[in-house]
Design a protein around this ligand. Sequence first.
Ligand SMILES: [Zn+2]
Length: 293
Amino acid sequence: MAKDTSLVSLLDRHIRTLSLSIGERHCKKPDALKRAASYIEAELKATGLAVSVLEYEFRGQNFANIEAVLAGSEPDGGDIVIGAHYDSEFDTPGANDNGTGVAAVLAIANDLKDYRPKSSLRFVAFANEEAQFFNTDGMGSMVYARALKAQGRHINLMFSLETMGYFTAGAGSQRYPEELQDLGLPDQGNFLAFVSREDCLPQLEKTVSAFRLFSNVPCEMLAADENIQGVSLSDHMSFWKQGYPAIMVTDTAPYRYPHYHQPQDTPDKINMKVYKEAVLGLTATIAHLAGKS
Ligand SMILES: [Zn+2]
């Protein structure tokens, strides 16, 4: 495991590079999107893992998902995918959405590079999650999940790391979609949320009990109808579409974060102390779920 101080500076560097040095990154800023992809590729290569740049074309424009694989000792046992989208919405630097998700993927890959898992781990940064591509054939995670299915890959679980750095103790700071308002969920936005569908409840329970063992960061789990607003709203949806179990790990983004999709989504809004602990807890959880060979 990385030392606490070095992990904070690593996460901080990733988030600052993506949101400040590169800034807005999407189809209308193709150079920035490419710079983000190159940065992620270089960071994953630096771990020594096998890295692939998976290019694809959509509406005449080229995009790429970036993947690093840590091969497990039981190749037929099913893989775990740890993914995050690296594009930003228009007119936002996307520090929390989704600099925090990408930084977490990079940090977890770096931390586990010498681990000997039973299940293979696939660390992936996806293009094109945001609005204009969501649920289209141009969405990076859609292209990636379909390719896994076409190759006949067995995926035990996919984690979608989505906007996971904003934590606040303010009363009433946590909001919910209408259907979830009477479930007695906390009204303080100080927890990490694990969100999935009812059919993924066994994987969700296993994940959350491991996370609670390894981390003091408060967390909540929700197995809900995918049609409830927000429940499907990231790359895990693409995996559900292929019949793969998938869980979103998030600070709940629009239900908590005041700067969601705004120009003010900058690194200073991220609670580095809690976010770092969340990344540490997730790393240990993923190592545990993958098994040690
Ligand atoms: Zn996002």
